[in-house]
Design a protein around this ligand. Structure first.
Ligand SMILES: Cc1ncc(COP(=O)(O)O)c(C=O)c1O
Length: 461
């Protein structure tokens, strides 16, 4: 076997990086550049910090992919996983089979859920949760004698996963182009991003009213009897950590109620305190029929997700199985006992640490940190809620001209050089640190970000 794993890779790569470059295909990555430049290898983590193979430590201001709520490395969760792995390792949940871990997690998650949502369908990823929720929407309407209700409305800029169907809920061009997506029947309404999409002089309430009116016009145009559901994240994460304008969900929900359209809240990022309440739906007064949850559900330590099902849809599902015999849906690893036991322990930790109390205690500092950056000459918008937010980088505040990819790459490099990992979304620098972040660490995160931005802006000037 040749020791030269990838002849095109940079000779500076470590053996492990060269191995990765040669064989590991990476999502959301330029594949040719990866072959040539290789990966950044993260080897360990503790608290809100991770370390790369060269020993450089980073404050993980993005919690990985908005998910490592308890930070990195956790012996307590490791012990739980090892115990289940030793005692049973695997069992499924098809045809009424279950495990103590799956039963206990379902019950505990139901106790965390908003009122009236006490049914839990366990899956393995955020994309699966959204895909499943979509099938439940269709299943429900078919059972109600309205099988023509097939169309789904999501918002421009939305991210709900990358499966063939969830990529259609996702409304970002790069997830469609090249894949021949979206399929028919997926509609996209306006992005609730006031800074960029409000008309001149339009305040947040007026902007929300216009978006609701546009939604209503779309529903009327398409035929209300053909619309199955409206899909929304409370705060749009991969859309750029975009906080909805005042009044938005009240006005949108009024339209949905008028036409009897189901509301699905994608809480894959927002669930478990991210927005300062247990659910983003609570923060914004949403009353969804279904909730998709993942990420912080297990502190991202194991792959698991869940759809929380409200009474209306569950009754529809039961009526369907009365007619059809069984609920013909499920995954081999759905309700995996190791994942369930770890997630159950994570929820127990949330109770012990008073997750919501903690997020509320650091939220003012987090928001002050964002506000503190807002007077930089290159910062347009700076907004957030709970422990999620972003600053938008512009090259001209008056025209709101967006920073280009080259400038954003410099910001990425400067933050990393300062030992900080952030999430770049277009020209937005998003932050969503682990929910365990302390007050001192929030300050440290903003100090590092401020220094990195000043360095880049100083050089540009
Ligand atoms: C809001 C939202 N929904 C769905 C997903 C998809 O989750 P997964 O990557 O686990 O499939 C993500 C992933 O970032 C997300 O942010």
């Amino acid at each position: 076997m040749s020791l030269i794993l990838n002849p095109t890779a940079s000779p500076a790569l470590s053996p492990i990086a060269a191995m990765d470059a040669a064989h590991s295909v990476h999502p959301h990555t330029n594949l040719r550049r990866h072959l040539e430049q290789g990966p950044s290898i993260i080897t360990r983590g503790d608290g809100i910090y991770v370390e790369d193979e060269a020993g450089q430590r980073y404050l993980e201001g993005a919690a990985g992919l908005w998910c490592a709520s308890l930070g990195f490395g956790n012996a307590r969760l490791g012990a739980v996983a090892a115990k289940v792995m030793t005692e049973i390792g695997y069992y499924h949940n098809f045809r009424s089979a279950s495990t103590p871990a799956a039963a206990e997690l379902s019950a505990k998650l139901a106790s965390f859920a908003p009122p009236g949502m006490d049914k839990v369908l366990l899956q393995c990823s955020g994309s699966e949760a959204n895909d499943t929720a979509l099938k439940l929407v269709w299943y429900h309407w078919a059972g109600q004698g309205q099988p023509q209700r097939r169309k789904i409305i999501s918002r421009l800029g939305a991210y709900h996963g990358t499966g063939a169907v969830t990529a259609c809920l996702t409304a970002k061009a790069n997830f469609h182009t090249g894949f021949g997506l979206p399929f028919d029947g997926f509609l996209y309404t306006g992005m609730p991003y006031h800074y960029r999409h409000a008309h001149p002089g339009e305040d947040e309430q007026a902007f929300s009213s216009r978006l609701a009116a546009e939604l209503e016009a779309m529903i009327e145009r398409e035929g209300p009897e053909t619309i199955a559901a409206f899909w929304a994240e409370p705060v749009m994460g991969s859309g750029g950590a975009v906080v909805p304008p005042a009044g938005y969900f009240d006005k949108i929900q009024a339209v949905l109620r008028k036409y009897d359209i189901l509301l699905v809240a994608d809480e894959v990022i927002c669930g478990f305190g991210r927005t300062g309440e247990m659910w983003g739906s609570e923060t914004y007064g949403m009353t969804p029929d279904l909730i998709c949850s993942a990420k912080s559900l297990s502190a991202a330590m194991v792959p698991i997700s869940a759809v929380l099902i409200g009474e209306r849809v569950f009754n529809g599902m039961m009526a369907q199985t009365d007619r059809l015999g069984s609920f013909a849906h499920g995954y081999t690893y759905g309700g995996h006992p190791m994942a369930c036991a770890v997630a159950h322990e994570v929820l127990t930790i949330y109770e012990e640490m008073d997750l919501i109390g903690h997020v509320k205690s650091v939220e003012p500092l987090f928001l002050a940190g964002l506000a503190g950056l807002s007077d930089r000459e290159y910062v347009g918008d700076a907004s957030g809620v709970g422990l999620i937010g972003a600053v938008e980088i512009v090259t001209d505040r008056a025209t709101k001209a967006m920073a280009d990819a080259a400038l954003m790459a410099r910001i990425d490099a400067a933050t990393r050089a300062r030992g900080l990992i952030v999430r770049l979304v277009g020209n937005r620098v998003a932050l969503s640190p682990p929910q365990i972040i302390s007050a001192a660490e929030v300050q440290e995160m903003f100090e590092r970000l401020g220094l990195a931005l000043d360095e880049v802006f100083g050089a540009v000037r």
